[in-house]
Ligand binder design. Structure first.
Ligand code: KIV
Ligand code: NA
Length: 266
């Protein structure tokens, strides 16, 4: 099949066909999701929580994310790979955003980047798109600002829906090719989706967005414990992996692994 391009995503919106997006942080998941027909893979700064073991996305760095981006782009045939710009790597200025994005494009071979923020980041988005970097926006609940937003809370309720729409329109006008909306009321997300020409990607944003994204460890049940309301678990990978490790351990302890067929003989 052909590589997914940003104009394909807009065509899907025009045809009213919802599309899926997943995070990926390494070779096997990237190749599997690419083969499963996921058109867009995000190397999210959620690697902070889901790969590196931080408790927020704030501490993860460009140098930590770059090798993950590189492994994902090396492993896909069709999927469009979006690299998330981590906290501190773009907020200072449009120039800083461009310098960081150039690293993700050149060293990571990313196809696009994503950054958090609305109207106030329109100049950053404009600088990137002018330089040839496709940009995905991210509004509503933005995890890099969790200390400012007062924790994990739904954004854009009531009159704040107008701000959400203004932010989305500003990102579109600045040249963004899509915009993620995280943890916003379904009604607000529906309104933004109807007003925008570019696709909206929802996570906790109801059923009317043009696309839906989940963190893969949430989607596949690798991460245990209580999940957010917006997560649906499609598998129990945690149990599958743990059972495999337990069976291997028992085999070794009983002297049943390796068997003759796993051994080399003269
Ligand atoms: O980092 C991430 O995984 C994200 C998605 C949840 C949109 O930003
Ligand atoms: Na992110």
């Amino acid at each position: 099949g052909r590589k997914v391009r940003v104009h394909h995503l807009r065509e899907l919106k025009e045809r009213g066909e919802p599309w899926p997006m997943l995070t990926a942080y390494d070779m096997y998941t990237a190749a599997l999701f690419d083969e499963a027909g996921i058109p867009v893979l995000l190397v999210g700064d959620s690697a902070a929580n889901n790969v590196f073991g931080y408790d927020t996305t704030v501490p993860v760095t460009v140098d930590e994310l770059l090798p993950l981006v590189r492994s994902v782009t090396r492993s896909v045939k069709r999927s469009l790979v979006v690299a998330d710009l981590p906290f501190g790597s773009y907020q200072l200025s449009p120039q800083q955003a461009l310098e960081t994005s150039i690293r993700f494009m050149k060293e990571g071979r990313a196809h696009a980047v994503k950054l958090e923020g609305g109207q106030r980041f329109a100049p950053h988005v404009e600088a990137l798109t002018a330089a040839g970097v496709p940009v995905m926006g991210h509004i509503g609940f933005t995890p890099q600002s969790e200390h400012n937003l007062g924790g994990y809370r739904v954004q854009g309720r009531g009159e704040a829906a107008d701000v959400l729409l203004a932010d989305a329109l500003a990102l579109q006008a600045a040249g963004a090719f899509a915009v993620v909306m995280e943890m916003v009321p379904a009604e607000a997300a529906k309104r933004v989706t109807a007003e925008l020409k570019i696709p909206t990607v929802g996570i906790g944003a109801g059923p009317d967005c043009d696309a839906q994204v989940l963190v893969w460890q949430d989607m596949a049940g690798l991460r245990r414990g209580k999940a957010a309301r917006f997560v649906k678990r499609y598998a129990d990978v945690a149990t599958v992996l743990q059972d495999a490790a337990t069976a291997f351990a028992e085999d070794v302890r009983r002297g049943e692994f390796p068997a003759p067929e796993h051994s080399f003989h003269d």
